[in-house]
Ligand binder design. Structure first.
Ligand code: SF4
Length: 101
């Protein structure tokens, strides 16, 4: 099949839906340090995180719900200079379970 035909294209969202995630309840592997005003870097994660884990609350602070995190490391790199997040891999057996690569 021609890889350029619409029927052969698979959306990223459809591929991501194949993954599974095992939540380590009460032990998030990424946390946002307390802050009043987020840096531009931290705020950018609301749009940059491919899993949509970051959100801005009504006070303008950035929060994370690490469930569904794909461990891509984007947030770790983006905030490396500001130090606004604490990033660790999930404990063994928890976190994302990739399917099909
Ligand atoms: S590691 Fe990637 S997927 Fe996980 S929270 Fe950070 S940016 Fe999102």
């Amino acid at each position: 099949m021609d890889p350029k035909t619409p029927a052969s294209r698979v959306k990223v969202e459809e591929k991501l839906f194949q993954n599974r995630y095992l939540v380590d309840a009460g032990r998030p592997h990424i946390t946002v340090r307390p802050h009043d005003t987020p840096s531009r870097a931290l705020r950018s994660l609301v749009h940059a995180c491919p899993a949509g884990c970051y959100a801005e609350n009504e006070k303008g602070q950035v929060e994370i719900t690490a469930d569904g995190c794909m461990e891509c490391g984007t947030c770790r790199v983006v905030t490396a200079k500001t130090g606004e997040i604490e990033w660790n891999y999930p404990r063994g057996g928890f976190g994302v379970l990739y399917k099909f690569g």
